[in-house]
Write a protein that binds this ligand. Structure first.
Ligand code: PBG
Length: 329
């Protein structure tokens, strides 16, 4: 007797109609790094195809994204001035605020997400304000929250459609929700980096954002990769504090966490396909060891299968180009 699954795999058309998960361009968010200066388009060494862009180069980049059909971007700032309290993170004319204003003026329809964190803006590279603890520097939670709220409100004022706080300090979602509401931004959603592991897969990003902590690490406020149930607790508290999206970061090594969040919560689940996951594939492709397109599409489809509704990925542009080429065939 021929088995049913064999009948269902008979032809390409048959495989298409029984396919359970589909990768769509509208599910993807493309990260953009903005920096000071004129005519700057510096390729990040460990992330071929990803650039630090000055604001005068932003228009052509975003124009290309929009033409390719990408509907959403997340903005990271690479400031040239850093200080102890990350003041450029919440400056009215900070690099991110200026980029947000331009983007919303040029493309009101584009969904523009602001990464809300201090680590790119502090000279010590931590995600908040640091003070002396018994065993070296520690992050001052309350003071950090105040500055984070200030950052979120300034980003909303500049036009951000979504606030994506990534520092995971205690009470950060609640504080930001309250701050946004008080400033009149009740309608701006929060995409919480709810489940963020202390991961070595961020290596290339930290080089890119020049945000490696000078002393210590982020293990006091990011999760231990060995823990899964803790992820559910983090997600639960962010949900209760008012998060509108739950994010898992990194993605590839944490598919089980994506799956569990999807099973337990009805908020949109976001997977962050982080820098190290990008760099590994680009490097192997460069050596001719893998088929980049097939590997990337398989990986991104697997995020969907695990339960991600949305994927933040440096591959968004590549995917858009591949899809376009396939359509033209
Ligand atoms: C922190 C932040 C990081 C990433 C996004 N936001 C770095 C970190 O937590 O150290 C990493 C993203 C990536 O690796 O692609 N604001």
């Amino acid at each position: 007797m021929i088995q049913r699954h064999r009948r269902l795999r008979k032809s390409q058309a048959m495989r298409n109609i029984v396919r359970e998960n589909h990768l769509q361009l509208q599910d993807l968010i493309y990260p953009i790094f903005v920096t000071h200066g004129n005519n700057v388009q510096n390729e990040i060494e460990s992330m071929p195809g990803v650039y630090h862009l000055s604001l005068d180069r932003l228009h052509s980049e975003v124009n290309e994204l929009v033409q390719l059909g990408i509907q959403s971007v997340i903005i990271f700032g690479v400031p040239d001035e850093k200080d102890e309290v990350g003041s450029q993170a919440y400056a009215e004319e900070g690099i991110v605020q200026r980029a947000l204003k331009l983007l919303k003026r040029w493309y009101p329809q584009l969904v523009v997400i602001a990464d809300t964190c201090l680590c790119q803006f502090t000279d010590h590279g931590h995600c908040g304000v640091v003070c002396d603890g018994d065993h070296g520097p520690v992050v001052d939670n309350d003071q950090s929250l105040e500055l984070l709220v200030k950052t979120a409100v300034s980003q909303a004022t500049a036009g951000a459609d979504v606030i994506a706080p990534s520092n995971m300090m205690d009470g950060y979602v609640h504080a930001i929700r309250q701050g946004l509401d008080e400033a009149g931004y009740e309608e701006i959603p929060i995409m919480a980096y709810s489940v963020k592991y202390a991961s070595a897969f961020y290596g290339p990003f930290r080089d890119a954002a020049k945000s490696t902590p000078q002393q210590g690490d982020r293990k006091s406020y990011q999760m231990d990769p060995a823990n899964a149930r803790e992820a559910l607790r983090e997600a639960q508290s962010d949900l209760e504090e008012g998060a509108d999206f739950l994010m898992v970061k990194p993605g590839l090594a944490y598919m089980d966490i994506i799956y569990q969040l999807k099973q337990n919560y009805d908020l949109p689940i976001v997977a962050y396909n982080v820098s190290g996951e990008y760099s590994m594939i680009k490097a192997a492709e460069d050596k001719g060891w893998i088929d980049e397109k097939q590997v990337v599409l398989e990986m991104l489809t697997s995020f969907k299968r695990a339960g991600a509704d949305i994927i933040i990925t440096y591959f968004a542009k590549d995917v858009a180009r591949w899809m376009r080429r396939d359509e033209e065939r």
